[in-house]
Design a binder for this molecule. Sequence first.
Ligand code: F6P
Length: 327
Amino acid sequence: MENKVTKIGVLTSGGDAPGMNAAVRAIVRTGIYNGMEVFGIMRGYAGMIDNDIVPMHSRSVANIIQRGGTILKTARCKEFFEYEGRKKAYANLKKLGINGLVIVGGDGSFRGAHKFSNEFDIPCIGIPGTIDKDIAGTDFTIGFDTAVNTAVEAIDKIRDTADAHDRLFIIEVMGRDAGYIALHSGIATGAEHILIPERKTDIEELIDSLMEKERRKKLVNMVVVAEGDNFGGADEVAKVVKERIPSADTRVCVLGHIQRGGSPTCMDRLIASRMGYASVECLMEGRHNVMVGILNNKMHYTPLERAVKAKQKISDEWIKIVRILAS
Ligand code: F6P
């Protein structure tokens, strides 16, 4: 571990997130600036196992800062969660002399990195890249700002048509285990109700509230549901609403993967650039096996072990804001 890092491997892993390209660009260029060789590992850990690894140059990352997706491709790789898979991956890195890794991904990707760095002598640095924003130790994750703005734009459009027809819309946004996209996009679009996995959904309370709104002729109502809500997604909620309030003209819209694509916002490009730069600095300073984050506008380093265990909490104040503003 004490050896100087001279060759970096960079990979993007798990669900893609807008801004991953900006992070890759920053890692490649900061590495080259500091006299290192940089390699791109294709399709996340799968490329590490299959030896799908390519040298990167300053020009390899030209014209990508504004592009969604990831030029390195990504995958969710089960084989890396087996020791044999990690051993194969290590042998491939060793052959190329790669002695430092930067992983841009979410908690699943960090779990893999944490295991790998415990078993083999290659330091790993994590960069939080996930639209879900469900990682502790950072105020921002790459892709969240773009995803939430995409959701806001879509929900605003839905409100136009809901208003024209006096309809009740149940809108599902992404977030398997986390309600951040639902919470932020719901507040920003003035949704009447927001259902998130972090709070147990009380369906009776929702029905009562929607009925009360009907009685006072509030005819346009928007319910934003995170896909991982414990009651189920938008379809399950809509089933109950249609049964119990047949007079409401109810429609469902599932936003789906459009939230993962598109050109990253300025915010996502900036945090990706800062984190990418800081990840290489970490490797140079010998600060190993940490996740690079930003807390209170300062770079913050969380041990990978903690980053994979802790989750961001949603404070009760957010929930209070939703209740008060959506009356
Ligand atoms: O990357 C996070 C995420 O978009 C979650 O919000 C969602 O549940 C999941 O990925 C979907 O993954 P996939 O595209 O592999 O179906």
